[in-house]
Design a protein around this ligand. Structure first.
Ligand code: ATP
Ligand code: MG
Ligand code: MG
Length: 350
């Protein structure tokens, strides 16, 4: 059988590996860390740095197709792999989504609504951006931010000095604060033939910058649900995307505003494991392997709850509840803020 290469060895790589195994594939992860969530289930593990060209070459030779579970793969590593094996989603998508400035520019050029934004590479840039965008606003590092890290809120111009200092000279974007009523996301998939299948939008609640729950169905109007799916399809088609993408949206009186895109399976799509016949992980493996996409329709109402840090201590309690599916990532060190697992609570038939 074919071998699927996965760059990154976290929980997303773990769940991708499990889905790949169900479809009869073997998986090979490339991950510098040793005892990582995906290493417990993948068939092969190249444990090396992304700067190790020899290891990258051997990895590429050992697999049939390459995908990834995180965005921040050094572009040199990708260039090398791409010269040897196909990578899905494609290089262009990854480059765009690695940098909030190129991502927001791409989305707005596509005609989609995004928060007002401006590039900030100096203290003077920040003043200029605040003049046009105004406060409240959020300053975000252009690269490497996740779980709300690398962000500073500017409630009044007096907060600008501290916010700028928080960026530690990293290039940033200033974003106008969006007064949203809810956050939703669409998990969308596109196959090699250009076919698209979207999962029903989920409603997301964050706690301290980290996703806390995703609930389906989202309490939004049918027309917004349709808008969300059309908008996600537009993004995937424009990128000639192959695989699953997470599209985070703000719901406002003026319609949907795109917050960010993630060129991979997404935490807000974990509910699909227990709410759909074919979940986001299988859908992604199908897409990158060139299989037909599965039906993304939902058979249940679900609440996904992330288990962060010592939330995992509640597992015995969840285990007693027959309507709760438990998904643990095999991590032993329950540090604060660390995603240890999630549960999907079945709320009834869709
Ligand atoms: P992720 O872990 O989803 O990748 P991230 O670190 O990339 O997170 P964002 O998704 O940009 O960060 O922001 C985190 C959260 O902060 C959003 O889900 C939203 O709740 C809030 N937020 C971000 N940008 C804005 C904005 N322009 N206006 C209002 N709220 C915002
Ligand atoms: Mg993000
Ligand atoms: Mg986000």
């Amino acid at each position: 059988g074919a071998v699927i290469g996965i760059l990154g060895g976290g929980q997303l790589g773990r769940m991708l590996s499990m889905a790949a195994a169900r479809l009869g594939f073997k998986t090979c992860i490339f991950e510098p860390g040793g005892d990582c969530p995906a290493s417990h289930v993948a068939n092969y593990h190249f444990q090396a740095e992304y700067t190790d060209e020899d290891a990258l070459r051997r990895f590429a030779q050992a697999v049939d197709v390459v995908t990834y579970e995180f965005e921040n793969i050094p572009t040199e590593a990708l260039d090398l792999i791409e010269s040897l094996k196909p990578i899905h989603p494609n290089r262009r998508t990854l480059a765009i989504s690695q940098d909030r400035l190129t991502e927001k520019s791409f989305l707005s050029e596509l005609g989609l609504s995004v928060a007002p934004f401006a590039n900030v590479e100096s203290r003077a840039d920040l003043d200029a951006a605040l003049t046009t965008i105004g406060a409240p606003a959020i300053l975000k590092t252009r690269r490497f931010g996740y779980d709300g890290k690398g962000q500073a809120r500017i409630m009044t111009p007096a907060d600008a000095d501290q916010a700028y200092a928080d960026m530690a000279n990293a290039p940033a974007v200033l974003e106008g604060f969006v007064d949203f009523s809810k956050e939703v996301s669409v998990i969308a998939a596109r196959g090699v033939a250009g076919d698209i299948s979207c999962f029903d939008p989920g409603e997301n609640v964050h706690k301290s910058g980290i996703l806390h729950t995703t609930t389906v169905p989202a309490a939004i109007t049918p027309s917004l649900r349709t808008d969300a799916v059309i908008l996600a399809s537009k993004i995937l088609n424009a990128l000639e995307y192959v695989g699953v993408m997470g599209v985070e949206l703000f719901v406002t009186p003026a319609g949907l505003i795109v917050n960010e895109i993630a060129p991979r399976v997404h935490n807000s799509g974990h509910w699909t494991q227990d709410g759909c016949v074919i979940d986001q992980f299988e859908q992604h493996i199908r897409a990158v392997a060139g299989w037909p996409l599965g039906d993304g329709s939902r058979h249940a109402n679900v609440e996904m709850l992330n288990l962060i840090g010592d939330d995992v201590d509640r597992i015995p309690e969840f285990a007693k509840d027959g309507s709760v599916a438990i998904h643990l990532y095999g991590k032993t060190d329950a540090k604060p803020g660390r995603k240890m697992g999630h549960i999907n609570r079945l709320l009834g038939p869709a």
